[in-house]
Structures are given as C-alpha cells and as structure tokens.
Design a binder for this molecule. Structure first.
Ligand SMILES: [Zn+2]
Length: 252
C-alpha cells in the first residue's frame, strides 16, 4: 500500500480515470484506475484532488504508468474543496512540489510538509504571512532556497533600511549595486525584507502575529512567481490562477 496525495485526475475513455499523484515512497507517478467511474467498491470516488489516499498499485509493462487497483481515502480535506481560495492555494503548493520533484523522485520531507500544510489549510483560514513563508520553505525543501540573509553576489548582509533587489538568477535579495548587470531585478522594500527575515527566525505560531501589508504581500508574490518562472522557464498554472484571485480580492 502506498500512501499518496492525489494531484489531478481526468477521465480516460469510457470508464477509466487517469490520476497524477505524489506518493510518499515512490514520488510523482501517473496511474490508470480501470473502471474507476463504475466501480464504487474499489474506488468509491476516492481519487479526488488533494485527498490523502492509500493506493494498491501494480506496474504496467508497456509504459511509465502504473495500474491503480484500489484506493482508500485517509483524509478527504473537505474544508479545502469547499473554498475556491483554498483550492487555489492547495493547487499551487502541490504543483510547486510536483514540478520541482519531477517523476519518481520520492522525498519524505516534502511529502510530510505538504500533508501538514493541507491539514492546516483544511482547518484554518490561511494568513498571507503563512502562505508566503510556506512557499519559501517549500522552495527550500525542493532545493531552491531563496536567500534573504545575505546578498548571494557579495555575501554581505543588507544594511538596515537599505532598498534591496531580488534577482531570480542569483536566487536572492541582492544589493542594488551587485545586480546592475542582472537581466531582471525586482524591488524588495526594506520593510518587506525585514518581515521575511523576522518570520524565518520565529515559529509558525509566533510568526502569525506578524502583519504582512498588502504591498509586501504583492512584492513577495511577484518575487516568488518570477523566481519560479526563472527556474522552470514557464509559469505554473496554479500560480497564475491564484494571482488572478488575489487581484479580485484587492480590487473589491
Ligand atoms: Zn551584494
């Protein structure tokens, strides 16, 4: 039995479902659930996105897919599925993890982080400070920790109150003089950098008392999405969707 988080599913042919999932011990995989839309006994609609499930799998010889023979739901995370913003945030975190891990590259730390994140998202309203800090944490877990402690170009700390520039190619908050050659640099206001640096030193509970202003939130969203776009060479669909939702929220 393989504990897995369902990422996506789509219909395949008359009765089958094609399921993309992240499993704790096998990493990202695509599976075919034969007759899933007919067999309530073996699947019972248990292959919904964001669910934590136990899957019985069998290797297929002809391709990279696996057969999903049975599925049992452990956590349905219904609190996420009833809220479009939570759906958008969950989709973003799962897409981020799945994109950076790639196929068949299991990572227990990432899996447990996602599970903990989905659990918190299911129970509570997610604060902007937590979402942003968790995005930064997840990037670190998949090997792309953006630097906010020292300038990645010269290795020196920012001076307090200094306007820094985030450079996706250097992967961190840089001195403006260190990034004159950079193709892209994004402004990082002193107060935004201070919030990130402080939140990184605190426990999540203590960090929840930090207020992230809409301006800082927007700055960090731009920085993170540009960094991801630089690393992947493409947009993540879920990131574009969440940005659109945020625009609606900020304008209403
Ligand atoms: Zn520097």
């Amino acid at each position: 039995v393989h504990e897995s988080i369902i990422l996506k599913k789509e219909d395949r042919g008359e009765a089958d479902e094609l399921v993309l999932f992240l499993s704790r011990d096998l990493g990202r995989l695509m599976g075919v659930a034969k007759n899933a839309r007919k067999s309530r006994v073996r699947f019972g609609g248990h292959l919904e996105p964001f669910s934590l499930v136990e899957l019985n799998l069998r290797v297929r010889k002809k391709d990279d897919l696996v057969w999903i023979d049975e599925a049992h739901v452990k956590r349905g995370f219904l609190g996420i599925r009833s809220d479009i913003r939570k759906v958008a945030v969950a989709s973003l975190f799962l897409e981020l993890a799945a994109t950076f891990l790639g196929d068949g590259n299991p990572d227990e730390a990432v899996f447990d982080f996602l599970l903990d994140f989905l659990d918190r998202l299911d129970r509570d309203a997610i604060k902007p400070i937590h979402r942003v800090m968790d995005e930064i944490r997840l990037l670190g877990l998949v090997g792309y920790q953006p630097r906010f402690d020292v300038c990645p170009v010269c290795g020196k700390e920012p001076i307090k109150g200094e306007q820094m520039m985030f450079s996706p190619e250097h992967g961190g908050a840089c001195h403006s003089t260190c990034t004159e050659e950079a193709r892209l640099r994004l402004p990082l206001a002193p107060e935004t950098l201070a919030v990130v640096r402080r939140a990184r030193e605190l426990s999540p509970e203590a960090a929840s008392r930090i207020r992230l202003s809409p301006k800082s939130e927007a700055e960090l969203d731009t920085i993170i999405s540009s960094f991801v776009r630089y690393l992947r060479g493409a947009e993540l669909h879920s990131m574009v969707f969440l940005e659109k939702l945020n625009e609606v929220r900020h304008h209403s």
